[in-house]
Design a protein around this ligand. Sequence first.
Ligand code: PEP
Length: 253
Amino acid sequence: MTASRRPLIAGNWKMNGLSADGVALATAIADKLKGAGDVSFEMLVCPPFTLISRVADAISGSGIKLGAQDCHTAEKGAHTADISAAMLKDLGCDYVIVGHSERRTDHGETNELVHAKAEAALSAGLDVVICIGETEAERDAGKTLDVNGAQIAGSVPGHAKAANTVIAYEPVWAIGTGRTPTNDEVQEVHAYIRAELAKKVGESEAGAMRILYGGSMKPTNATDLIALADVDGGLIGGASLQADDFWGIGESC
Ligand code: PEP
């Protein structure tokens, strides 16, 4: 964490939540933020598509940012069941996550597709959270830096700016497992990502761009992770479904 980059605490609710519990969770987080007054971090919640509208109402006026978990590459058209970035913007979203490892694995999303989704999001006026990260086999094979470097090169638009783009480094083997890399390993990868970003978007934008850590972040490990020089917040799955845990991670900033 560096004073010039405001930490972002982002919750990815994944495919969780029906109306009542989704609204209750959003309301509980909004109440905490309103009660806290000015905070040093930015907070973002990314509910499933079905809850975006209700969550928008629940967090209205709280300062919490609203995001979605995916978008299509096209602005509109014959793409049954898909959702465009323009539709998300129209619903009140500020952000969209693209390239989450569960999308890359479950839906075969490639760096090229993630790049196209990021372009669509930026064109629609959304900020984008671009996810990258190595699998356990890739880490064991000593390919962590190469894999993340290739994902930066392939997924991040060259005109991305620190003001509209966030990178989330999420080791796939740490997601939902309770396992995390060591703090030294996290810092090593984040510093490498920033150096690779500089090749893509230039030194100055790379220096200002937020790089989140994701993968089993909890209130108990967040303080040490977010204190690392090149970690600028977290993308949080499981712990974002409990208001106290999610808020606790924010407080660790
Ligand atoms: C995620 O899927 O983005 C994530 C980080 O999940 P978890 O916090 O549950 O590991």
